[in-house]
Design a protein. Sequence first.
Length: 300
Amino acid sequence: MLDPSRLLVLLALREHGSVTRAAEQLGRTPPAVSQQLIRLEDEVGAQLVERLPHGVRLTPLGSRMAERAERIAAALHDATSDAQRFRDEHRNRLRLGAFPTAGLALLPEALAAMRHRHPDAELSVVDLGPANGIERVAEHRLDLALVGEYAEPLEAQPGVRLVHLLDDPVHAVLPTDHPRAGNTSPQLVDFRDDTWASAPMDLPNRQQLETAARAEGFAPRVAFEFESYAVAEAVVSAGVAVSFIPRLAIAGAPGTTHRPLASGLHRRIHAAVPTSTRHAPLTEVFLQLLHDISHDLSRA
């Protein structure tokens, strides 16, 4: 296969008719250009340039090869322009995704800080399920996504890395008149006879709780199923159920109280980002902001 860079040398020779002037255009020395030409003629197996007393002239085959080199040069120019447009498009753009409770806890402060540091940044956010962001980052549809890990470890797809931000402990959320409301560190088994408000069975937070309950020797009685933690907490405030909600998702509904579980049950919150963020440099800036906010939340 012919070396495209040597074909471009042939094109420069056609345009300038001189090894010296072709070398000037290409930013090389005349001996280097001559050497490239010799190698190209060896690859082709035929003479491509005639040496004249005052310059050079392409042979018929050399002219045909130069025409192809012209098309290669145009394609390289188009590729360079496309790359520049892509860099310009992504340099100031940051496409984010988050599942609701992580978004509420982490995004507002991070977005405000980002707007202060980079007022011209083009920011966008989409609402996701706890693990959906990994696929969107892998498909280059997002630059960063907040994702939640429950009982089963998350698997990063090729081209994606998971950066741990914080562990969010699961709390028992109870009516204020519940017999266990004064217990500072209850066990799940303490609620074996209670009616629960929880997520549907196909969601990872429900699966985590079911697994933890089985480990303590019982199956929870779930009468109220909601994907929304806010609705589950509202049901608790009505006094008809207990629920188990990560700390960052607890709104503090009237008539409720909450306590951390003695088991230390928690969800892990990660940022899913591309393995390389060179195309979207604001990603690393935002990731550091999330780290700082997560550190403050963990200390609190």
